[in-house]
Design a binder for this molecule. Structure first.
Ligand code: NAD
Length: 243
């Protein structure tokens, strides 16, 4: 019960990795507030449905969670969107969406959460970045740029707020079996199950990640076992480097 007595906020809580984070935190004693566009059906102690593109919603969220749960010890900035295609196909709307969800929302939520954590004597923030935030993959410049930005923000905040007992770290997954990956195959006319079987063969460990493989590392970074980690970008990739 690593999270007994702790409170947590998880964004993207209705998604593949988000649901695994919420289940894991609650199974180990945390009281969890969930946010997504629709959190109906997600078991949690508090629900805040909303759009992360709404700056005022993001700014207010940590305070609302603290009021509901009496604190925010753990923040998992996990929500994300992926926009595909090279830069010549990227619209202004694609840019605003990708940067809005993947960068501006975690910026706003962390900015509001840190003073609450500091006043309570500390906390842990875990961002879901990507292996593509460490090294670019092909033909996704907006997504890659956004994940590099959240990786950089993680390193900055990890350094700036360690003195307040606030640890900020990130996981950097490669492929994970969630709707984000599967819809990409479907868009390209591929059968997701067949495409994943092919992808599995490219991973040294023999399979792409399941959401729990990523959530377990997020929980570790949120826990006291990671008490000396600040600003770390942790690859979780089954041994597969970025191609
Ligand atoms: P997912 O699509 O299952 O979950 C993403 C969640 O974010 C969804 O529930 C979605 O509703 C929510 N979200 C998106 N835009 C939102 C908005 N404007 N307002 C509120 N909520 C919004 O995908 P996932 O794989 O679980 O993604 C979780 C994180 O993992 C993301 O940051 C993603 O970039 C990252 N990641 C995923 C993979 C992968 O292969 N699946 C690889 C590396 C990193």
């Amino acid at each position: 019960m690593r999270f007994e007595g702790k409170t947590a906020l998880v964004t993207g809580a209705a998604g593949g990795i988000g649901q695994a984070i919420v289940r894991g935190l609650r199974a180990e004693g945390a009281r969890v507030a969930v946010t997504d566009r629709d959190t109906g059906g997600i078991e949690a102690e508090a629900h805040f449905d909303g759009d992360l593109l709404d700056g005022a919603f993001c700014d207010a969220l940590p305070g609302r969670v603290a009021d509901a749960l009496c604190g925010v010890d753990i923040l998992c900035n996990n929500a994300g969107v992926i926009t595909r295609g090279d830069i010549t196909t990227a619209s202004d709307a694609d840019y605003a969406l990708t940067m809005g969800v993947n960068v501006e929302a975690p910026f706003r939520i962390a900015r509001a959460a840190i003073p609450i954590m500091a006043a309570a004597g500390g906390g842990a923030i875990v961002n879901t970045a990507s292996c593509w935030g460490l090294q670019p993959g092909p033909n996704h410049p907006l997504y890659v740029m956004s994940k590099a930005a959240i990786a950089s923000l993680t390193e900055c905040l990890g350094r700036d707020h360690a003195h307040q007992g606030i640890r900020v770290n990130a996981v950097c997954p490669n492929e994970v079996n969630t709707s984000m990956l599967r819809t990409g195959f479907a868009v390209r006319g591929l059968d997701p199950d067949q495409a994943i079987a092919t992808l599995n063969a490219s991973v040294p460990l023999g399979r792409i990640a399941e959401p729990d493989d990523i959530a377990d590392v997020i929980l570790f970074l949120a826990s006291d076992a990671a008490r000396y980690m600040c600003g770390a970008l942790v690859p979780v990739n089954g041994g597969k480097p970025v191609v």
